[in-house]
Design a binder for this molecule. Structure first.
Ligand SMILES: [Mn+2]
Length: 356
C-alpha cells in the first residue's frame, strides 16, 4: 500500500509540506491546482510548479483530486465535446509530468457537502456533520452562504461564489437530466477519455456521492454497489476505476463496505479511509478514524482491502480539527496524521497475521 495525504499547495494550505513529510512512512501527496475551474486545461508549467512544491518537501505527487468535470459534460449539452477535449489535454499534460492518478466526481451542481462544518464533540474538537433535516429546510442557493460562513475563510472547491452567481443557469442546464441520462453522459465521457488514459498510463478514479443519496432532487449515480458496478462495467478497463471512499459510502448504513470492497476490489484505484458516526437517520458526523470512535468497522474494511490485494494509494480522508489548529474544515494536519498512523497499524497487523 502507498500512503498519501491531501495537500492544497503552498498558497492554499496552511500546513507546510515539510510537516506532512514528518508523518511516519508517508509516500506522497494528492494535490490540486486551486485556481482551475471545471473545463480549464491544466498546463504543463502549472503542473510542474505544483510538483516542485511537493518535491521541496521530499515527497512525490502521486495523484490529483480533483480534475473537475465541466457541467456541460455532466449535463450532456452541445458544448461537451470541447470540454472533453480539454480534459484529454489535461490527462496528457499530467502524464507528461508523470502524474498517474486522477480522482474526479460526476455529481450535478453540488460536490460534497456538510450542513455543519464546526460540529463540536464532547472533547472540544470539531468535525463535520451532515443532517438531512437541515437540508430539507433550505433552498439550494442558501447552501453557498452557509458553507462560506463556516469555512473559516478558506475557499472550498465547488463552493466558489462564481458558482453561486451561475446557479440558476446550472439548474436550467440539468433540467430533464435523470439518473439514466446522467449515467449515459458519464459513459460518453469515459468512452472518450479511457482510451487516452490507457495510452498514456493515467488511471481515473471516480469518487462516490457524499452523502450517497439524492439531494434537492438532483440525480446521483455513485451511491451504492450497483452504481459502482454499472460504472466499471460501462467501460471495462483498469483505467476506469474507483476512488473507494469508505466514509462517503459508509454514510448509508445499507452499504456494507467490506462486502463492496470484495465485489469491486480489482477496480479500486484509490482509497479514502475514514469513519463516520451515525446520530440518526441521514444524520452523521465524521469521527476520528478508529473503529471505536464511529459506526464503521475499520478493521473489517482494511481486512477486505488486504484480502483483495489492494496495493495502490490510500490516504486518510477528512479529520477532526484538534489541538487548536487553524485548518481547512476536514483537512487539518493532526487528526489526519493520527488517522493515517492508525490505518498503517491496522494494515501491518492484518498483513502479518495473515502470513502466520
Ligand atoms: Mn472521500
Amino acid at each position: 500500500m502507498k500512503w498519501g495525504f491531501r495537500w492544497y499547495g503552498t498558497e492554499g494550505d496552511p500546513i507546510p509540506i515539510q510537516h506532512v513529510k514528518q508523518i511516519p512512512a508517508i509516500d506522497g501527496i494528492v494535490g490540486t491546482l486551486l485556481n482551475k475551474m471545471p473545463g480549464d486545461v491544466w498546463e504543463i508549467d502549472e503542473i510542474k510548479e505544483l510538483k516542485a512544491e511537493v518535491q521541496a518537501g521530499d515527497l512525490e505527487l502521486l495523484g490529483i483530486e480533483s480534475v473537475a468535470i465541466h457541467d456541460a459534460i455532466k449535463a450532456g449539452t452541445d458544448e461537451r465535446d470541447q470540454y472533453i477535449d480539454n480534459y484529454i489535454q489535461t490527462i496528457r499534460n499530467l502524464a507528461a509530468c508523470d502524474v498517474r492518478l486522477i480522482c474526479y466526481s460526476f455529481k450535478p451542481i453540488f460536490g460534497w457537502f456538510k450542513t455543519n462544518m464546526n460540529y463540536e464533540l464532547p472533547d472540544g474538537s470539531t468535525t463535520l456533520q451532515f443532517d438531512q433535516s437541515v437540508i430539507d429546510e433550505l433552498e439550494p442557493q442558501d447552501l453557498y452562504k452557509r458553507i462560506a460562513s463556516q469555512s473559516k475563510g478558506f475557499q472550498i472547491s465547488g463552493w466558489e461564489e462564481e458558482r453561486l452567481a451561475k446557479f440558476n443557469g446550472l439548474v436550467a442546464m440539468y433540467d430533464g437530466v435523470t439518473e439514466e441520462i446522467l449515467f449515459e453522459n458519464l459513459k460518453y465521457f469515459l468512452e472518450k477519455v479511457i482510451p487516452v488514459c490507457e495510452e498514456v498510463d493515467v488511471k481515473m478514479a471516480i469518487h462516490p456521492d457524499d452523502p450517497p443519496w439524492e439531494i434537492f432532487d438532483f440525480p446521483r449515480i455513485t451511491k451504492n454497489l450497483a452504481d459502482l458496478k454499472r460504472i466499471i462495467n460501462a467501460v471495462d478497463s483498469p483505467y476506469n476505476g474507483l476512488t473507494f471512499c469508505t466514509g462517503a459510502l459508509g454514510a448509508d448504513p445499507n452499504n456494507d463496505i467490506p462486502q463492496m470492497i470484495r465485489e469491486v476490489g480489482d477496480r479500486i484505484n484509490f482509497v479514502h479511509f475514514r469513519n463516520v458516526g451515525f446520530l440518526g437517520e441521514q444524520n452523521f458526523i465524521e469521527t476520528a478514524h478508529l473503529s471505536t470512535e464511529g459506526s464503521l468497522d475499520m478493521y473489517a474494511i482494511m481486512e477486505a482491502l488486504v484480502d483483495v490485494g489492494y496495493e495502490g494509494l490510500l490516504r486518510p480522508d477528512h479529520g477532526r480539527t484538534v489541538w487548536g489548529e487553524v485548518a481547512r474544515p476536514g483537512y487539518g494536519l493532526y487528526d489526519r496524521a493520527m488517522g493515517l498512523t492508525y490505518t498503517q497499524g491496522l494494515h501491518e497487523a492484518i498483513t502479518k497475521a495473515k502470513k502466520k
